[in-house]
Design a protein around this ligand. Structure first.
Ligand SMILES: [Zn+2]
Length: 154
């Protein structure tokens, strides 16, 4: 369940064909940085402002669907974006779907719209959406966060 039942106004079945069409709204994506882990669950959520206190949510991944939720529900979804400074967030915003000058109210305080991290190998700064954080430390390189180039050339 994406949000607790009490925040759900209505849930709709949607056609599989509707899934993955670029929906409007603010997009949240699961940040898959661990190449050896296969994950099930939802990995994409679009938050679409409908009217006062009603938000449409399109989601997909292992499962897919559409629901209408309250603003409390959206606030709860936004909590997925909260993370500590020294960690790689597991959920990120698609910065192209967010106006950085006027971010949605439901983001947690201090949410970075497009956070970056430094590669432990080449020290290049890249988007946190472009890093690899292997669960098992590779034997030949030091570090826990790698840019994709270093990871692929390892
Ligand atoms: Zn690198």
């Amino acid at each position: 369940m994406l949000v607790p039942e009490k925040y759900i106004i209505e849930e709709n079945e949607i056609d599989e064909q509707e899934v993955g069409r670029d929906p409007p709204g603010v997009h949240l994506g699961y940040n898959h940085t661990e190449p050896s882990v296969i994950r099930d669950g939802v990995d994409f959520i679009a938050v679409i402002d409908q009217s006062d206190d009603v938000y449409r949510i399109d989601y997909w991944g292992y499962d897919f669907g559409r629901m209408y939720i309250t603003s409390e529900g959206v606030q709860e979804l936004g909590q997925r974006l909260a993370y500590e400074d020294d960690e790689i967030p597991s959920w990120t915003l698609d910065p192209e779907t967010v106006d950085a000058n006027d971010p949605p109210w439901w983001l947690p305080d201090d949410t970075a719209i497009d956070p970056t991290a430094a590669c432990d190998n080449c020290e290049e700064t890249v988007s946190v959406r472009e890093v690899v954080t292997p669960r098992h430390q590779p034997v030949d390189v030091d570090g826990t966060v790698f840019c994709r180039d270093c990871w692929e050339q390892r």
